[in-house]
Write a protein that binds this ligand. Structure first.
Ligand code: NI
Ligand code: MN
Length: 227
């Protein structure tokens, strides 16, 4: 599978000829100013919760590409209200088979509201798998014991995409433990550096994973990566 990082929690995951885009926040990201939102392709858009740094470009990309928006119930209702008809609601514990594979919606410990402060339901993470890949996209979350359920319910993960920026989510230390909980030593970090509260030391973060016998991958924004 090919994974491209577009900053914050936005990833493009290409598998089985389909492109799955997570939490598009590009036009408002000072670190992603070299990315043209108009160039981003998507067949499916996964939204983990309603915060601005996860949904900002979702409507424009969904309308231009016709991508199906997969999101927790309240975010799906919001997407519909924005004129996106092609949506699918998923709440924690539920899964569905799409053309590219299965998506299991999992627990995330965080908050969720829309930029206008209205209620956006519960935040979630997703595990995505098919015959050739299995990936956990944690969304914004604290370290939680619920992560231990993932290896019981899903095929072995090739990679786990975990937030590591602290303040709004777990930090690097939490992500090292999360990597144990989900039984996946290969981690792609997200939700760091974008704003002042979540700036991290990259070398320190990589070393913490290495000391635990794991690998932390910090991707360059816009550069494809093969897993
Ligand atoms: Ni958030
Ligand atoms: Mn966030």
């Amino acid at each position: 599978m090919k994974i491209t990082f577009y900053g914050q929690a936005c990833f493009s995951i290409e598998t089985k000829g389909k492109t799955i885009l997570t939490d598009p926040f590009i036009s408002g990201n000072p670190l992603a100013q070299h990315i043209n939102v108009e160039d981003i392709q998507a067949d499916f858009i996964l939204l983990s919760h309603g915060h601005q740094d996860h949904i900002l470009d979702a409507v424009s990309i969904a309308k231009r590409t016709g991508a199906k928006v997969i999101a927790p119930y309240e975010v799906h209702v919001w997407a519909q209200s924005q004129g996106i008809e092609n949506t699918h609601p998923l709440n924690p514990g539920g899964k569905w088979d799409f053309e590219f594979g299965t998506v299991l919606c999992v627990v995330a410990i965080h908050s969720s509201s829309f930029p206008d402060n209205s209620y956006a339901g519960t935040p979630v993470g997703f595990v995505i798998w098919n015959e050739e890949m299995s990936v956990y996209f944690a969304g914004d979350t604290a370290l939680t014991m619920d992560m231990k359920l993932i290896p019981m319910l899903c095929p072995p993960l090739d990679v786990a995409i975990l937030p590591i920026g602290d303040n709004f989510t777990m930090d690097v230390k939490g992500a090292v433990i999360a990597s144990d909980f989900v039984a996946c030593p290969k981690v792609i970090g997200c939700h760091y550096d974008t704003f002042g509260f979540i700036k991290i030391d990259h070398e320190e973060a990589r070393n913490a994973f290495e000391a635990a016998g794991k690998e932390l991958i910090l991707l360059d924004i816009g550069k494809p990566f093969e897993v």
